[in-house]
Design a protein around this ligand. Structure first.
Ligand code: FAD
Length: 338
C-alpha cells in the first residue's frame, strides 16, 4: 500500500481518489473551502430571495459506458437529473433549434452536488493551496513533500497527482512543463442575475424564445452561452439567468478591469437578449482564467517515467466534465496495474 497525494478536488481529483482508495491511502489537497472545482455554484441572497447560480459548467452529457455506470447511483438518488430544456442557437435576431444527440444532465439542487456526493468519506484537506512538490532529502526513499501557501509541509507521499488546470500543473511539476505547455486553455467571464418575479424577468426580452427552450449558444458575439438557471431541476422558482462570455473574446481580456468587463457584458446582454441587470434583485460576476480547452494534451494523462508524478484533468482530452472523469479513470487504471 502506498500513500498518494492528489492536488485538486474537482471531478477528476475525486474520481481518481475514489479509485486509488480501493488499494492505497489517499489524501486530497484543495485550495478552496469546498470541492467541485469548475462544476461550481454561487449563492446570493437579496430582497429576501435566495438565488443559486451554476457559474461554471452548465450541464454535461453522459456518452461512455464507464461514465454512465459511474453516474447511475447518482441518477438513482436524484443527485444527477436530466435538464429537459431544448437547446437553441442565437444568431443575430434569429433563434434556431439546436438538436442535441444526447440528453443533457445537471447535478441537483446545484452543480457542486455531484462531486460533493462522490467525495463522501475521502480525506480532503480544504483551504490548502499547494505551491511546491519536492523530493524528500533521503534519496533511497524517493518520496515527495508538498509545501502549501503558508509554507507548511505535508507528507511524505509515495506519489503525487495534480488534478488542476494544465498551466498550474506545469508550475508544480517542472518535468511535465514541455508537454503541458502544448495545452491551450481559454478563459471566461460569467454574469449572474437573479430576478424577483417572472414578469420583471421577461418584460424586456428581445427574442421570441420557444416555450421549452431555456439554454442558448450565441454566435458572433462577446456572449457565448445563456441559461435560464432556474429552469434546471431543484433551483427554486425565482428566475435566474447565467450568461457565459465567448471564450475567445474573454481570453484576450482576462487582465482588463473587471468592472469594465462586467458593464460591457451587461450592455451586451441587454441589447442582444433583453435581460436587464438594473432590474435584477441580485447580480454577480466571475472571471475564469482557465475554463475551456482549445488544444488538449491529446492523451488521457501525463505520467512521469518514475511513475510517482502525474497530471490529470479535462484538458488532457477535451474541456468537458466527462473528459475529466475519463482522464482520472485512465490514470487510476495505470497506477492500480503497477
Ligand atoms: C465557465 C465554464 C463553463 C463550462 N461549461 C461546461 C459545460 O457546459 N459542460 C461541460 O461538460 N463542461 C463545462 N465546463 C468544463 C468543466 O467544468 C470541466 O471539464 C470540469 O469541471 C473539470 O474538472 P477537473 O477536475 O479536471 O478540474 P477542476 O474542476 O478545475 O478542479 C481543479 C480543482 O483544483 C483546485 N486547485 C487548483 N490549484 C490548486 C492548488 N495549487 N492546490 C490545491 N488545490 C488546487 C481548484 O480549486 C479546483 O477545485 C465549463 C467550465 C467553465 C469554467
Amino acid at each position: 500500500m502506498a500513500h498518494w497525494a492528489i492536488i485538486g478536488s474537482g471531478l477528476a481529483g475525486v474520481t481518481l481518489a475514489k479509485e486509488l482508495a480501493t488499494k492505497h491511502d489517499v489524501t486530497i489537497f484543495e485550495k478552496s473551502h469546498s470541492s467541485a472545482g469548475r462544476m461550481a455554484t454561487r449563492r446570493r441572497s437579496a430582497d429576501g430571495y435566495e438565488f443559486s447560480f451554476d457559474h461554471g459548467a452548465q450541464y454535461f452529457t453522459i456518452k461512455g459506458d464507464g461514465f454512465q455506470n459511474a453516474m447511475q447511483p447518482y441518477l438513482d438518488q436524484g443527485i444527477v437529473q436530466p435538464w429537459s430544456t431544448k437547446m437553441v442557437t442565437i444568431t443575430g435576431d434569429r433563434i434556431i433549434p439546436r438538436p442535441s444527440s444526447h440528453p443533457i444532465y445537471v447535478a441537483s439542487p446545484s452543480m457542486t452536488g455531484l462531486v460533493k456526493a462522490m467525495a463522501t468519506g475521502l480525506d480532503i484537506r480544504h483551504k490548502v493551496e499547494i505551491k511546491a512538490i519536492t523530493p524528500t532529502p533521503d534519496a533511497t526513499q524517493s518520496q515527495w513533500m508538498l509545501t502549501d501557501s503558508d509554507g507548511k509541509d505535508h507528507g511524505p507521499f509515495d506519489g503525487v497527482v495534480t488534478a488542476i488546470p494544465a498551466h498550474q500543473a506545469a508550475q508544480l511539476i517542472p518535468e511535465a512543463k514541455p508537454a503541458l505547455d502544448q495545452v491551450k486553455m481559454l478563459g471566461c467571464f460569467t454574469i449572474m442575475m437573479g430576478f424577483g418575479d417572472d414578469q420583471v424577468f421577461r418584460q424586456d426580452l428581445r427574442l421570441d424564445w420557444p416555450e421549452d427552450s431555456d439554454a442558448a449558444y450565441v454566435e458572433d458575439s462577446p456572449l457565448g452561452f445563456v441559461a435560464v438557471n432556474s429552469s434546471k431541476p431543484g433551483r427554486g422558482n425565482k428566475p435566474s439567468v447565467v450568461v457565459q462570455a465567448n471564450n475567445a473574446w474573454a481570453d484576450t481580456r482576462l487582465d482588463e478591469d473587471p468592472n469594465k468587463i462586467e458593464t460591457l457584458l451587461h450592455q451586451e446582454i441587454k441589447s442582444t437578449l433583453g435581460f436587464d441587470a438594473e432590474k435584477a434583485a441580485a447580480t454577480s460576476f466571475h472571471r475564469w482564467r482557465y475554463a475551456a480547452t482549445q488544444t488538449p494534451l491529446g492523451q488521457p494523462y501525463w505520467r512521469h517515467e518514475c511513475g510517482q508524478l502525474a497530471a490529470i484533468g479535462d484538458w488532457c482530452i477535451k474541456g468537458r466534465v466527462e473528459a475529466a472523469y475519463d482522464s482520472a479513470m485512465a490514470l487510476a487504471q495505470s497506477i492500480l496495474q503497477d
